[in-house]
Design a protein around this ligand. Structure first.
Ligand code: KIV
Length: 270
């Protein structure tokens, strides 16, 4: 049985999150617009404007064609809707190909939105980019394990941390990111033993997605957890609402009532 936890009443900062490690699990969801962001305000510590919007919002096959313009547009909307969570803009594929490119694009993200941080995918090979960003006063959320932007170069979505050698690589990645200055690390699609080892190896919070129950927090994509994305349901997704079914039922009632002239009835007429 789940207990209802109190709502969040104060603006969440990187300092708030640092204090939560080992004390209280961090909640994060994605959002792409002001309407849903407003619903999530005060309910979760963090909102990620994920490049997953390219799939669930734009209907593309993967995240790779998301652009900086798109991410900025959706982050502006989310920042208009939610005031309390720490909002993270997900840097799209190709927007951090070098330290210079990353700093230019992340600076634009800070100047054109109220996001408090950006997220980039990559382990120790991208630590120099994280370092360039943090040295330019841009807060960075790391992302290791299964990295959707590496889909084509990795030959598919692959669960990580299946053997000790890979667990060691992931731990090295996390340590390199921590040294480069990330304030937290998303761990996606890894065996739970690997996520546990990473969580113990670093002093910044880890946020898991498909990474078991030992991380310092969890993140889910809103359209998955609320049952709106029907193309594919990964094993790690718990559906808290059957959104698509409820919308279809609502639409069916609307259609029936319009066709039968039951709607608009007197109460909806001027
Ligand atoms: O784009 C996204 O929604 C993400 C989450 C899966 C962490 O990166």
């Amino acid at each position: 049985m789940s207990i209802h936890t109190p709502k969040i009443e104060k603006k969440v900062t990187i300092t708030t999150l640092a204090k939560m490690k080992g004390v209280e699990p961090i909640t994060m969801v994605t959002a792409y617009d002001a309407l849903f962001a407003k619903l999530f305000d005060g309910e979760v510590e963090m909102i990620l404007v994920g490049d997953s919007l390219n799939m669930s919002f734009l209907g593309k096959e993967d995240t790779l064609s998301a652009t900086m313009d798109q991410m900025i547009y959706h982050t502006q909307a989310v920042c208009n809707g939610a005031k309390l969570p720490l909002i993270v803009l997900d840097m799209p594929f190709g927007s951090y190909t070098s330290a210079k490119v990353a700093v230019k694009n992340a600076t634009r993200a800070y100047q054109e939105t109220n996001a408090q941080a950006v997220k980039i995918e990559g382990g120790k090979e991208r630590a120099y980019i994280v370092e360039a960003l943090t040295q330019n006063s841009i807060a960075v959320l790391g992302h290791i394990g299964l990295m959707p932007q590496f889909l084509r170069s990795d030959g598919g979505y692959k669960i990580r941390g299946k053997d000790q050698a890979d667990i060691d690589r992931l731990v090295e990645d996390a340590i390199a990111l921590e040294k480069a200055g990330v304030f937290a690390i998303v761990i996606e699609g890894v065996k739970s033993e690997a996520a546990e080892a990473i969580t113990h190896a670093v002093s910044v919070p880890t946020i898991g997605i498909g990474a078991g129950n030992s991380t310092d927090g969890q993140v889910l994509v809103w359209s998955d957890m609320f049952g709106f994305f029907e193309a594919f349901k990964p094993k790690f997704v718990k559906q808290y609402v059957d959104g698509a079914k409820q919308i279809r039922e609502g639409l069916e009632s609307y259609r029936d009532e319009v066709k039968s002239r039951e709607f608009p009835s007197q109460e909806y007429i001027y």
